[in-house]
Design a protein. Structure first.
Length: 339
């Protein structure tokens, strides 16, 4: 599946998802295993008890609790400056790419066992990304990290660059600690599909030290604006962010969402009291600001109890589906969230 380090602002941690579970966005929390039992606002406690269903739906983070981990092109500055067609081609991808697309493509590869190359090619064709591209030339190597989504995105970038006239290819380059130096040097790779908030805090710590004050936020444009001067020191340029994001999210069963008539976290808070709402996630969730404490502070959600499971992995998803927890931490682009 995927393996990536996500930042849990203001802390960073690696989490495992299946083989090495992805770590994007943030997985914060706060509180204790049984924090708060008083109601938040309106609604009976019983209405928010776990409801089993095989289908999961992500509730919109409408108050932007999570940092914005939107997919964004990262390009070596010298490569971008030497060919004016490079960034516009990748920005054309950003203009069409959505989180729903990520879910669908991850599902096609991880669940339906299609090849990443075929899935990427189909997306480019179906979304007419290559029409009207400014023509460029020269060799461009796009880096891909060691998880499905990164390989798909890198292949999409490569396919679109080929359509724009570049001699483009994909190279597997491993973790950010390995590929970012290669990208800043611009010798082995010249472009990479990055995640805005995560790469921002990685660069922030590289430039300003391990104790640097976090600069990423739930606003993707503000996040990229904050990291721009730091990225310039590393000879990196970012393109336009896409609407697509792979970040921490919170899911409930479709049956529970339909029963409560909720699509947003704020609506869940308005419908539920803490007498029956059970939260599931990684063991550190009750102490991380982007998990339980963040839900309590930002949305005024109250929980009857917390179940320690995993970070967006099979344990949490199964617990939601089996009606053991009402809501759990998942990753927004997880292929298992496909309809």
């Amino acid at each position: 599946m995927r393996a990536r380090i996500r930042f849990i602002a203001p802390l960073a941690m690696a989490v495992a998802l299946t083989a090495a579970c992805g770590s994007s966005g943030s997985s914060g929390t706060g509180g204790t295993a049984a924090s708060g039992s008083s109601g938040s606002s309106g609604g009976s406690g019983a209405s928010c008890a776990p409801v089993a269903d095989s289908k999961l739906v992500v509730l919109e983070d409408d108050k932007h609790l999570q940092n914005a981990d939107n997919v964004v092109p990262a390009v070596n500055s010298n490569a971008a400056q030497s060919n004016a067609a490079l960034l516009p081609a990748l920005n054309a991808v950003s203009a069409k790419l959505t989180t729903k697309d990520l879910v669908s493509m991850n599902n096609a590869v991880d669940v339906q066992r299609k090849s990443a190359d075929d899935v990427a090619a189909a997306w480019v064709k179906d979304h007419d990304v290559t029409s009207g591209l400014t023509k460029g030339s020269g060799k461009v190597t796009v880096g891909a990290a060691g998880f499905t989504e990164s390989k798909i995105l890198a292949t999409i970038y490569s396919d679109v660059l080929k359509a724009a006239g570049f001699d483009a290819s994909v190279r597997d380059v491993g973790s950010r600690e390995l590929y970012l130096p290669a990208l800043t040097a611009g010798t082995d790779i010249q472009a990479f599909p990055e995640y805005a908030a995560t790469v921002t805090e990685f660069i922030n710590k590289q430039v300003n030290g391990a104790d640097a004050t976090p600069i990423a936020s739930g606003d993707v444009k503000a996040t990229l604006s904050a990291v721009k001067p730091l990225a310039e020191q590393l000879h990196l340029t970012f393109g336009e962010p896409s609407p697509a994001a792979d970040q921490n999210a919170f899911a409930v069963t479709k049956k529970l969402a339909d029963t409560l008539k909720v699509t947003k976290l704020s609506e869940l808070a308005a419908a539920c009291s803490g007498s029956s709402l059970i939260l599931g996630g990684p063991a550190e969730c009750p102490t991380r600001p982007f998990c339980q404490p963040g839900l309590e502070k930002t949305y005024n959600l109250k929980f009857a109890s917390f179940q320690a499971l995993d970070a967006g992995g099979p344990l949490t998803k199964a617990a939601i589906q089996q009606g053991k927890v009402s809501i759990g931490l998942v990753f927004s682009s997880d292929g298992s969230l496909a309809p």
